[in-house]
Design a protein around this ligand. Structure first.
Ligand code: ADP
Ligand code: MG
Ligand code: MG
Length: 884
């Protein structure tokens, strides 16, 4: 028989909730075990490992050998510790069965409470507690939860009957129903159960337990869990643990209750206990947002001793984990029990504040603080908010569940939200409350508005995780789902009407309110400053104008990695001059047109040099295919003909002749300069003259002239010679030395393979990963939209290679180019100027040894943080390696 350990009793041996044990027990199991080790009051129980779950799936849903026996043995221990037995007709033990994987997935997996009740044990529970109301309330909960989570009955079928009962009785809350009402309910629920499942409710508690364990295992591959993992990039092979635990009861009257809390404010990060409490209730009431919970002060008033104990425990937990904790607890007749602790999800702003405060408090160091911030969360802080100068009056006030602001058209279902979003519409998802099935719609919406539920409801937690604006528990909203409308007082809002949400204040506003970009706060800059201390890789921005360059500096750019000169040709009169140039059929004509452009380019470059004073500016010479500049209408062609003094017919013919079947692989980049050198000559002249011009005013220009689309070193040699010849002449004329470099882009696969031939000639490289991806995959970015999404969906490509670098192919080629070049020129400057600046790509660029990354100014904060984390991770690994 297999001796493998599939079941761990809470607190067993070294189940202390770190490292490998967390993988094996899942987050919830590890947290419970750890709290037992810390001697906090936790109802006894045990965890079935994630390994058991994986084996279950690998063996066609059969339990691994020995697992069930281990379950029974551990159940005995629980029974002994609680002094009660599962199914005992006098003294029954009730159980909760809870899922829990390595990463917390709020509401994603299924929980069943109050397991072990049947008609016999119901009587025993009544006799034991002397509280029939409680026993019946517990029973109706079990039938509902077991029916819905284990057997897949729509929970609403039960809820509707409960609502009807409350209406009939004229009461608001479940707690207002009496014993007789509950008895009727239980009977009705049993009938529903039989009708919906075709079986009667299972009497045997062990069978209940088995079915519940299976349901938790199975929920790992349930649609909601799979969607959540896909959205959050969590692996599908981690598996879930199953926690089987003795029940404690928050629904035993006024001295009982249940709550959830965060050890610090998850919205702002303020150091204050942030919790909610429901009197006479079980935990699922809070999490599901069925009742709107009370402020934690109510707990302090009702059960002061339990509150004091909670206060002590949560402070200790935070010190132990050195991080903000998300806790769940229940009070049974005045006594506190801890049911969960895990690292709490938080907004970007809270993440920054908590990390910085904890450094000040001496809990963690700066490195740890930098590692703690999710780079994507930084983006949240760059999200829009309502223009503070704009005066508005709110239609209704809910809870400020997730900060920021959102404007959009109202929709009433997740499906409608997804449909509208796929058409590019901005929508606000309005729901009575959200549930895990709504995840897709929440992701598609700009913001989320719910009528019920608190700050810890599903909607609030998920929205904060997504960095999405959310107003929850807006009780003034009367939602009529069928009519697709809601009303507040005399105002009705229909599907398609526009509203604005203020997630920072909880306000709901009719119409469109202007939004502003947020200022980067002090904490934002503090973390980035710390990140810069650890970061090894340089950070530059792609910027085409002085305004871009200023934004780049503001976001921490140490230089410009890409100035696209062609954008400069589209403005105003320039495009005309440029068209004259390309439509001339001789060099003289071209030179004449280029002369008109020269002063404009020179002043463009001078302006950028001034902003970037002392920092390198990489300027790419003309790159796109000429057709992008060609006139589209005959009227435009006529004007050019007049300007050039040639016939319209001739110009038209030339225009047609310039047509290319595959322009992206056509006459572009350095190929233009090989055929028409005068274009690059003019650009080099403009660059060096601009540098000389600003130098006379004390500005230090550091131009890096970059030649695009090289496929062979010979192209580079010719154009490099040309560049140096022109630059030298201008330097001589001005009697100024400009510290310029000449380099190339690596964006054609052939150039990457032959990089070692180019390296000795060039001062620097920059990987143009957009074109490199296109040429290596043999796909055009502009046409890939028709099939790329299917490739991602079916997992043929792991990521969209235009969003995140394809490490396997493009990345391997980059590595080859770098390694072969560094053999010849160890310290060669090498960067990247594609737009892939996601944390994953940044980490990869650090790994393969790039000197810097460059991208859109607004992505730089994320890149700075990701680069610092890459360095710290690398150093952490090295250290671990040398110790082993
Ligand atoms: P989730 O992962 O969705 O938070 P949980 O497994 O934590 O699910 O269960 C949901 C709720 O059920 C918890 O908030 C808790 O209050 C309640 N609960 C779970 N186990 C017990 C128990 N042993 N006794 C009482 N309540 C419990
Ligand atoms: Mg759950
Ligand atoms: Mg929980």
């Amino acid at each position: 028989m297999s001796k493998k350990k599939y079941v761990y009793y809470f607190g067993d041996g070294k189940a202390d909730g770190t490292g490998k044990m967390k993988d094996l027990l899942g987050g919830k199991g590890a947290g419970l075990a750890n709290m037992v080790n810390l001697k906090f009051p936790v109802p006894s129980g045990f965890t079935i490992t994630t390994e058991a779950c994986n084996t279950y799936f690998a063996s066609k849903k059969k339990y691994p050998g020995g697992m069930w026996d281990q379950v029974l043995a551990n159940l005995k221990k629980v029974e002994k510790s609680m002094g009660a037995k599962l199914g005992d007709p006098k003294n029954p033990l009730l159980l909760s069965v809870r899922s829990g994987s390595k990463f917390s997935m709020p509401g994603m997996m299924d929980t069943v409470l109050n397991l072990g009740l049947n008609d016999t044990t119901l009587k025993a529970l009544t006799a034991k507690t002397g509280n029939e109301r409680f026993a019946l309330d517990t029973y109706r909960r079990l039938i509902t939860m077991f029916g819905s989570t284990v057997m897949g009955v729509d929970r609403m079928v039960f809820e509707k009957v409960l609502e009807a009962m409350k209406k009939k009785k004229g009461v608001e809350e479940d707690t207002d129903l009496n014993v007789d009402d509950l008895r009727v309910l239980v009977d009705k629920f049993k009938v529903i159960y039989r009708k919906e499942t075709g079986k009667s409710f299972p009497k045997d508690p062990l069978q209940q337990l088995k079915l519940a364990i299976n349901a938790v295992f199975d929920s790992w591959f349930g649609d909601r869990a799979v969607t959540y993992r896909n959205l959050n990039n969590i692996a599908h092979d981690l598996g879930t643990g199953v926690n089987v635990q003795a029940m404690v009861f928050g629904n035993m009257g006024e001295n009982s209750g249940t709550g959830v809390g965060f050890t610090r404010d998850p919205s702002t990060g303020k150091k204050k206990f942030f919790a909610e409490y429901l009197i006479d209730a079980q935990g699922e009431d809070v999490v599901a947002g069925i009742r709107t919970p009370l402020h934690i002060n109510e707990m302090k008033k009702k059960v002061p001793k339990a509150y004091k104990e909670l206060d002590r425990i949560y402070n200790k937990l935070e010190k132990h984990y050195k991080d903000m904790q998300d806790i769940e607890f229940t009070v049974q007749e005045g006594k506190l029990y801890m049911l969960q602790t895990r690292v709490g999800k938080r907004t970007g702003a809270a993440a920054l504040k908590i990390a910085i405060d904890m450094v000040k408090e001496g809990l963690i160091d700066k490195k740890e603080a930098v590692m703690r911030i999710d780079p994507d969360q930084l983006e949240q802080l760059m999200h829009p908010r309502i223009d503070p100068n704009f005066k508005y009056s709110a239609l209704a006030q809910g809870l400020p569940a997730s900060p920021g602001a959102a404007v959009g058209k109202v929709v009433f279902s997740a499906q409608d939200a997804e449909k509208a979003a796929s058409k590019g519409e901005d929508v606000i998802l309005v729901r009575p409350e959200t549930s895990p099935e709504d995840i897709g719609g929440m992701d598609a919406a700009q913001g989320i508005l719910t009528a019920r539920g608190g700050m810890t409801s599903h909607a609030a937690v998920v929205a904060r995780g997504m960095g999405k604006c959310c107003v929850a528990g807006c009780t003034a909203l009367n939602i009529e789902e069928k009519k697709k409308s809601f009303w507040v007082g005399s105002t009705t809002v229909k599907e398609g009407d526009t509203i604005t949400l203020n997630g920072t204040t909880g306000e709901v506003i009719i119409g469109t309110v202007p939004l502003v970009q947020p200022e980067m706060t002090g904490n934002f800059n503090t973390i980035l400053k710390w990140a810069d201390e650890f970061r090894e890789m340089g950070i530059r921005a792609n910027a085409d104008t002085p305004a871009d360059a200023r934004a780049a500096l503001k976001f921490g750019a140490e230089g410009i990695g890409l100035v696209r000169t062609e954008h400069m040709f589209f403005e105003g009169d320039r495009i005309k001059a440029f068209r004259e140039m390309i439509l001339s059929d001789d060099e003289a004509g071209r030179r004449k047109a280029l002369k008109k452009i020269l002063p404009m380019q020179r002043s463009d470059f001078a302006a950028i040099f001034k902003v970037m004073n002392g920092k390198p500016v990489t300027i790419r010479l003309l790159d796109p295919p000429l057709h992008e500049f060609l006139p589209k209408t005959d009227a435009e062609l006529r004007e050019i003909a007049r300007e050039l003094g040639v016939s319209f017919k001739k110009i038209k013919a030339r225009n047609t002749a310039l047509h290319e079947f595959n322009p992206m692989l056509g006459h572009r980049g350095c190929r233009l300069a090989i055929t028409y050198p005068e274009i690059y000559e003019m650009q080099v002249q403009a660059i060096i003259e601009a540098a000389c011009q600003v130098a006379k005013k004390g500005v230090k220009a550091i131009p890096e002239i970059m030649i695009p689309l090289i496929a062979d070193v010979k192209e580079f040699t010719i154009l490099n010679e040309m560049t140096v010849r022109i630059a030298t002449a201008i330097e001589k004329k001005n009697k100024i030395k400009i510290p310029y470099d000449v380099g190339t882009m690596i964006e054609i696969a052939r150039a990457a393979f032959l990089a070692h031939e180019i390296a000795p000639e060039a001062d620097f490289y920059s990987f143009g990963t957009n074109d490199l991806t296109q040429t290596l995959f043999g796909l055009s970015r502009d046409d890939a939209g028709r099939f790329l999404p299917y490739y991602i969906e079916q997992g043929i490509f792991e990521v969209d290679p235009f969003i995140s670098i394809d490490k396997k192919g493009v990345g391997a080629l980059m590595r080859l180019a770098i390694d072969s070049s560094r053999k010849i020129k160890k310290n060669m400057k090498m960067g990247i100027c594609g737009e892939q600046l996601d944390p994953d790509s940044v980490e990869f660029c650090d790994e393969i040894g790039l000197t810097y990354v460059s991208g859109s100014p607004y992505r730089l904060p994320v890149a700075r943080l990701a680069a610092a984390q890459a360095t710290l991770k690398k150093k952490g690994k090295k250290k671990a390696g040398s110790m082993a």
